[in-house]
Design a protein around this ligand. Structure first.
Ligand code: ADP
Length: 482
């Protein structure tokens, strides 16, 4: 098949979270399976690619955003797997170091930046040479939520014959790209799509809603999350529309790129290990304790976490649970950045419990691997979790995940209460510090039960979330719809 993906971030070029990993891997594994794959994404100032190697496409983007016409170009890069990345080059909109915000907050022209990206993706889908013109145009999250609407408009009002089928994947429903109603004017689309079953949400302009409303197929990144978002608690106000679109909504669990996330040949890790021989994991633990300045002790259970310090991730209950747990003989390491009050919370714990908890604030791909490998337990107490990748990485790294049973966490981790022989993690239900504390206590006990602990680890390492399976599910859906 010929497939074009549209995304605001793409690993390994730009990343703030799981979206980048997912789209990067989807593209890579679709290409490996023999499909013709392109990805449209912005050329941010910080994109990690040698500019000299980019190939300019003979293409001019003269696209109106509001009353002005913005000019852009396309530069291509071909990956080792044969994916064509179409970088949208528009320095005024994208030539900034960060993807979405700076220290002053979100960039005020974000709607226009991503209207331009969506228009660029649709423009490519429509006019690329036949050999690569997509049958499927697959957009991701609110930043490309307008893609399905532009295609719908082209089909119904501009006689776009043979338009691609549109797919829209929700990676996180809480981020909707919601702006004041008049900003819809920047789309250049007729106002008759601005209604409660379209791009309007309580008089505001909502880019994610446009994607949900107009895509031929809507997907999300785990089966549990696909169900949860149809309910008021997690529907973020869109549960009604999602329920009405239930027949075209499905959940496909993300995969893991084991070529990157592995413990046998990983340049980020100080030692290699596998299920057959976990000695290397002990080295990783000692090295991590050293790297974080904690006492190097094999006998103490080392807990860790990596991720955005956002409300979603359960940081409030994590901090509260740590107040209790750090009185015990345990260690905790964290890597993350985000909300300042949460950072302060971790700093305060580090001052109160020196030698037991250590923090690194920032983003580091290498360190995230080392935390995954060096810890005994990986903690993810998310309030909600569309899919979550870290718990799947933990499983493969022989690090037992402690998760709240929600969304993708629920779909990927098995508690002993669910299946004794396949148990690979510790799950709790209530969103409370007490429930998390109890789960961490269980972990501490498990750590001492070496045989049972080994059973959990072996089960985790054996689980296969490979992208081949995830890709097959997407292709099945592309074919059904395409
Ligand atoms: P989300 O997309 O909601 O942030 P996921 O668990 O789906 O959460 O994916 C997060 C991805 O981002 C993982 O690959 C994780 O390792 C990475 N990540 C998050 N924060 C950091 C950080 N501070 N440093 C390095 N990697 C990070």
């Amino acid at each position: 098949m010929k497939i074009l993906l549209a995304t605001s971030e793409l690993h390994p070029f730009s990343k703030t979270g799981g979206l980048a990993d997912m789209v990067g891997a989807l593209a890579k594994f679709l290409a490996k399976a023999g499909h013709t794959v392109g990805v449209v994404t912005p050329l941010y100032g910080s994109v990690k690619v040698d500019r000299a190697t980019l190939q300019p496409l003979d293409w001019r983007l003269d696209l109106s955003i509001g009353l002005r016409v913005a000019h852009g170009t396309i530069k291509t890069h071909t990956t080792a797997e044969g994916v064509t990345v179409y970088f949208v080059d528009q320095p005024e909109l994208y030539g900034r170091p960060e993807l979405y915000n700076d220290s002053a907050g979100d960039y005020p022209d974000n709607p226009e930046r991503f209207i331009f990206l969506s228009r660029a993706a649709v423009n490519l889908a429509r006019y690329l040479p036949l050999a690569v013109r997509p049958e499927v145009l697959h957009a991701h999250d609110w930043q490309t939520g307008l893609v399905p609407l532009y295609v719908y408009h082209g089909r119904t009002r501009e006689a776009w014959l043979k338009s691609p089928k549109t797919f829209f994947t929700i990676h996180n429903l809480a981020y909707q790209g919601r702006y004041e109603g008049p900003r819809y004017g920047s789309t250049g689309l007729p106002w008759d799509y601005f209604h409660t079953e379209g791009a309007e949400f309580h008089r505001d302009f909502n880019m994610l809603k446009a994607g949900v409303a107009f895509a031929d197929q809507v997907t999300t990144v785990s089966p549990s999350y696909a169900e949860e978002i149809k309910q008021i608690e997690q529907g973020c106000g869109l549960e009604g529309l999602l329920k009405r679109r239930a027949e075209t909504l499905s959940g496909i669990l993300n995969g893991v790129d084991y070529e990157e996330w592995n413990t046998t040949a990983n340049p980020h890790l100080p030692a290699a290990y596998s299920a057959a021989d976990l000695t290397g994991k002990d080295h990783c633990k000692a090295a991590l304790q050293l790297e974080y300045g904690l006492p190097v002790r094999p006998d103490v259970p080392l807990f860790g976490t990596v991720g955005r310090l956002a409300d979603q991730k359960g940081v409030d209950i994590q901090l509260e649970a740590l107040e209790v747990m750090l009185e015990e003989d345990i260690q905790f390491v964290m890597l993350g950045s985000g909300s300042k009050p949460f950072e302060e919370g971790y700093r305060a714990l580090a001052e109160k419990f020196p030698g037991k908890i250590a923090c690194r604030f920032g983003f580091s791909q290498g360190l995230s691997h080392r935390v995954e490998a060096g810890c005994d337990f990986f903690v993810m107490p998310s309030r909600y979790e569309p899919c979550g990748l870290n718990q799947m990485y933990s499983l493969r790294y022989g690090t037992v995940p402690i998760v709240r049973g929600t969304g993708g966490l629920n779909d990927s981790v098995i508690d002993i209460k669910e299946d004794v022989s396949l148990a690979n993690g510790i799950k709790f239900r209530d969103y409370s510090a007490a429930a998390l504390t109890k789960a961490m206590y269980k972990a501490k006990v498990l750590f001492k039960e070496s045989e049972l602990f080994a059973h959990y680890r072996a089960n985790g390492i054996a689980v296969d979330f490979s992208w081949e399976r995830t890709c097959q599910d997407y292709v099945k859906l592309y074919k059904r719809k395409g």
